[in-house]
Ligand binder design. Structure first.
Ligand code: NDP
Length: 302
């Protein structure tokens, strides 16, 4: 997906190798706010995003509150709906269906993970694909793999934007995606493929993972294992995108890549925190505007 005229934002005065996700997300959100402004002028109302949170998981509460706040800051009508942790499947599906039927709602996001007694797949499948701003409905996943326009999962979109800021042409590059989740690994691999990279998808059963990673011109890691990727896993001059978010025993956030070690090898690398994370919410807001425009028969203003 093209990203218009967002300027390349690297932390030039600090270290040009470090991709500044915070600055990138700020610029991206400013562009979303402009899109919202245009939308309001055309339709007299702002796009609406509804976030559904089940239970009281502390991390999910923070994430959903941040999403609601960021939406409202960008001029989107953001609303957070809390449901008790013991809500049953039928009641949750009813809530999603009510938002499908509400024409003032353009985007629906069900915060994951759901409590164990709920069937996540069935819930996600209930979301109207035209309002599926997380891009997790099989219809949107299918459109992505068919190379057609749909709503694309937020974190992979954010990673592609950060890659674009490096100025590195992905054509013909060997891109290795470590992780194959529906949320991250699979859609990211599709986006890299669409950008003409030669893509390898690695996972927990991959043989010689270190050697596979060390052959990557572009290495994207979304596993959830603190500092799994060390300097020996990285090709000299590679671009490294670290999606992992892990909390260490002393409460620090670290990625799946050993950042300090990798810095000696990588040409460009995202830090954790302050890399991929901030872009995820920015892309959620952008997807909400895109959904609102598509639902009104417009060509998205991106
Ligand atoms: P999942 O647990 O769904 O997927 C993890 C993937 O990693 C699986 O494909 C798994 O392989 C693979 N894996 C596990 N262990 C290994 C190993 N030892 N070697 C190689 N591959 C392995 O996680 P997600 O994709 O949802 O998230 C991954 C990480 O990214 C997490 O830390 C999460 O917190 C973070 N994240 C960050 C976001 C952000 O906004 N920055 C957004 C989304 C996720 P297999 O399929 O074989 O089991």
């Amino acid at each position: 997906m093209a990203h218009g005229n967002v300027p390349a934002l690297m932390t030039a005065e600090k270290d040009e190798r470090i991709i500044d996700g915070k600055a990138a997300a700020k610029a991206f959100r400013a562009r979303v706010a402009e899109r919202v402004e245009g939308f309001v002028k055309r339709h007299g109302t702002a796009p609406g995003l509804e976030v559904v949170l089940v239970g009281d998981d502390p991390a999910s509460q923070v994430y959903t509150r941040n999403k609601e706040k960021a939406a409202n800051k960008a001029g989107i009508r953001g609303a957070l709906h809390r449901l008790p942790g013991d809500v049953d499947q039928a009641a949750l599906i009813e809530q999603v269906a009510a938002r499908n039927a509400d024409d003032t709602v353009d985007g629906i996001l069900v915060q994951l993970p759901l409590p164990k007694h709920l069937d996540e797949t069935a819930v996600l499948d209930t979301i109207d694909p035209s309002k599926d701003v997380d891009g997790l409905h099989p219809m949107n996943a299918g459109l992505l793999s068919a190379g057609r326009r749909g709503l694309v999962a937020c974190t992979p979109r954010g990673c592609m934007h950060l890659l674009s800021l490096t100025g590195v042409d992905l054509t013909g590059k060997h891109a290795v995606m470590v992780g194959r989740s529906n949320l991250m690994g699979k859609p990211m691999a599709q986006l890299l493929l669409a950008a003409n990279a030669t893509v390898t998808i690695a996972h927990s059963r991959t043989k010689n993972l270190q050697a596979v990673c060390a052959s990557a011109d572009v290495l994207v890691v979304a596993v959830g294992r603190p500092k799994m990727v060390g300097a020996d896993w990285i090709k000299e001059g590679a671009v490294v995108i670290d999606v992992g978010i892990n909390r260490t025993d002393d409460g620090k956030l670290v990625g799946d890549v050993d950042f300090e070690a990798a810095l000696g090898k990588a040409a460009h690398i995202t830090p954790v925190p302050g890399g991929v994370g901030p872009m995820t919410i920015a892309c959620l807001l952008d997807n909400t505007v895109t959904a609102a425009e598509l639902r009104r028969g417009e060509t998205p203003s991106v």
